[in-house]
Design a protein around this ligand. Structure first.
Ligand SMILES: NC(=O)c1ccc[n+]([C@@H]2O[C@H](COP(=O)([O-])OP(=O)(O)OC[C@H]3O[C@@H](n4cnc5c(N)ncnc54)[C@H](O)[C@@H]3O)[C@@H](O)[C@H]2O)c1
Length: 254
């Protein structure tokens, strides 16, 4: 799949891994549309490289359709990076005081990460289906974003880990479903990546996490995530795959 000349939609593109992806795809010649609920940052980032933006929520059908409409207006929508998501409230299944996990925060976390990603994938794939196929029958590529917490979530990560495990599990099914329309689907499961999501975390916690990464002993860089999105886009035989991007870290139970 050629990046230059394609339209690309990046959800969560106003910050962190999504921002790096948006900038990287734009530097490779894509017309990039950022879809993010943070309108101020979305506008700033998009304007900085001559891109486009739509403000909205990935869990909302109409917002997502509006973002796809904007992206398809800028060229054939061939690349979608579904990056929006994140950990909301954490908590143990049963707290130390015997209180069960709050059901509402569990639902909201699954909604943002799993439902939001599926909503983006289903609507984007439907739009991609009307693209002209290239000589190899390809019409588009979707890259989703899980987390290594979807494999070995830590104590207190039940909601986020379950939501990200859902994204991991969806990958092969999406790839099989969308084979008929020539759309490949791959997923990145990042470890600890240095984005502003970590800005508020205590320094001690960050040092501890860095020390646990076998090599290289540091947080991942957003540009490393963006480079993998590029590879997943251009390597035609990569489909239905989840790749950990984590310096070989395996999370401890806590
Ligand atoms: N940073 C890490 O260490 C790490 C590790 C594993 C997985 N991830 C995943 O990578 C993704 C990006 O993380 P990040 O660290 O870049 O976070 P970030 O907070 O820097 O960026 C997330 C962006 O998504 C947007 N967003 C959030 N909810 C949205 C919604 N409902 N609709 C539209 N936009 C929404 C935010 O406004 C923000 O711009 C997330 O899915 C996160 O779970 C991050």
């Amino acid at each position: 799949m050629d990046i230059a000349g394609s339209s690309a939609l990046v959800t969560g593109g106003a910050s962190g891994l999504g921002e790096a992806t948006a900038r990287h795809l734009a530097s490779r010649g894509a017309q990039v549309t950022i879809f993010d609920r943070d309108v101020t940052r979305a506008a700033e980032v998009a304007d900085s490289f001559g891109g486009h933006y739509v403000a909205g929520d990935v869990t909302d059908e109409n917002d997502t359709l509006a973002a796809i409409e904007c992206a398809t207006g800028n060229g054939p929508l061939k690349i979608v990076a579904a990056v929006a998501g994140g950990a909301l409230a954490g908590g143990r299944t049963v707290g130390r005081d015997g209180t069960p996990h709050d059901l509402d925060s569990f639902r909201k976390t699954v909604d943002l990460n799993l439902v939001g990603t599926f909503n983006t994938a289903r609507l984007a794939a439907a739009a991609m289906a009307s693209n002209d196929a290239n000589e190899d029958g390809e019409r588009g590529v979707i890259v989703t974003t899980a987390s290594i917490a979807g494999y070995e979530g830590q104590i207190g990560q039940i909601a986020y880990g379950a939501a990200k495990a859902g994204i991991i599990g969806m990958t092969i099914i999406l790839a099989r479903d969308l084979a008929a329309v020539g759309v490949r689907v791959n997923c990145i499961a990042p470890g600890t990546m240095r984005t502003r999501a970590w800005d508020l975390a205590p320094a001690e916690m960050k040092d501890n996490l860095e020390s646990k990464v076998p090599f290289p002993k540091r947080f991942g860089r957003p540009e490393e995530f963006a480079a993998l999105v590029e590879h997943m886009t251009t390597n035609q035989y990569l489909n239905g795959q989840v790749i950990r991007l984590d310096g070989a870290i395996r999370f401890d139970p806590k």
